[in-house]
Design a protein around this ligand. Structure first.
Ligand code: G3P
Ligand code: CA
Length: 358
């Protein structure tokens, strides 16, 4: 907590402290902001399942977001992290009990079950479950498989048939330096799959995102697909020791990012920090500075539960209750952000349309 506060303080100082109160600012290209369904409509279905992506599209999301890790046999699958005990039933499967192990991933010791220790056929026997059972329904636990990236793109191509505005895909490479270090790099399978489905020919919109730097630069060398440099509110890229996200968010850092990427995906409090009581404060200059460098800004993650909302937008004291997500999103849209990640496209799409006057 203190580390995050210190990092945000550093960001505010390097970014020139708080800007003037905003009248609504424009997006970089003047187009309406996009709504990215974060891990699908993950506020209403278990994250990273075809059911979550399907609901996101039905609710009007512009993009669906799969986080990608690899199996032992080199297949890209959608999971937020390679350790899968929080989002699947693997811990209850006696046949996989001996796969439990400890590893160091990006400098952190992690204990559990890891996708890279399972073949795709083995992973397919698992079933997804809700990550946040204290805040969200578990009614859908046990129903859905872990989807491959190929299955997601197949599903999306079918869903886009006949649509005037195709829904895009916004894949994130998870732990790419770690996966490269064990002989399972993301870049080749990712680009091959996007090629196969026509994304280089712009079959539908796409952004590729990563918290790390090296894989984005490698992707830029091989492709002109739009790239997003993610930033957390603390620390720095796992593959670039000595570099902080706070420094990357300062004007010189943004200029450097613009040499290999098309936008940034910052932790949302880098755009609007919260005050001591958790109320939204004044925006920083990050959106203005990123736009000046020619970079789009897609902050994360907007969620409707009171647990996540700023003071002032909460709808009561029950952490699982729903508050005024639209109000939080509207404050961000006024800063000129070019899009946002939300677990709740139902509310996020409505908020974006309202601000656009639609
Ligand atoms: O990719 C944007 C946002 O999803 C980053 O956070 O940890 O949810 O992948 P995470
Ligand atoms: Ca993500």
């Amino acid at each position: 907590m203190m580390r995050r506060f210190a990092a945000l303080l550093a960001l505010m100082l390097t970014a020139g402290c708080a800007a003037e109160p905003v009248t609504a600012q424009a997006t970089l290209d003047g187009q309406p902001p996009i709504v990215i369904a974060h891990r699908g409509a993950s506020g209403e279905r278990p994250e990273h399942t075809i059911a979550a992506y399907k609901l996101a599209i039905e609710l009007g999301a512009d993009y669906i977001e799969p986080d990608l890790v690899l199996t032992k046999d080199g297949t890209l699958v959608a999971r937020h992290e390679n350790e899968i005990s929080e989002t699947t039933d693997v811990a209850n499967r006696p046949e996989f009990a001996d796969r439990k192990t400890s590893k160091t991933i990006d400098g952190q010791k992690v204990t559990g079950w890891f996708t890279e220790d399972f073949t795709l056929a083995e992973l397919k026997t698992l079933r997804a479950r809700e990550r946040l059972p204290k805040l969200r329904s578990t009614d859908y636990d046990g129903q859905y498989e872990i989807p491959t990236f190929e299955e997601i793109l197949t599903f999306l191509a079918e869903a886009n048939k006949g649509r005037e505005r195709p829904v895009g895909v916004y894949p994130e490479t998870k732990h790419p330096a770690y996966f490269a270090s064990i002989g399972l790099p993301h870049e080749g399978p990712l680009l091959a799959m996007l090629d196969r489905f026509g994304y280089r020919g712009r079959a539908a919109p796409v952004f590729i995102q990563s918290f790390e730097v090296g894989n984005l630069k490698a992707l830029r060398a091989k492709s002109d697909l739009p790239l997003i440099q993610l930033m957390d509110g603390e620390g720095g890229p796992a593959d670039t020791p000595g570099t902080s996200y706070a420094a990357m968010a300062a004007p010189a850092g943004l200029t450097a990012i613009a040499a290999y990427a098309d936008g940034i995906g910052p932790y949302k409090e880098m755009v609007i920090p919260r005050g001591a009581l958790g109320r939204l404060g004044d925006p920083t200059n990050l959106v203005r500075d990123a736009h000046a460098a020619g970079l789009k800004v897609h902050p994360w993650t907007f969620r409707r539960e009171n647990y996540f909302l700023p003071l002032g937008d909460k709808g009561g004291i029950n952490p699982a209750g729903h508050g005024d997500l639209a109000a939080e999103i509207d404050a961000y849209l006024k800063t000129g952000i070019d899009g946002l990640f939300s677990d709740n496209p139902r509310e996020a799409v409505a908020a974006a349309k309202t601000r656009a006057g639609g």
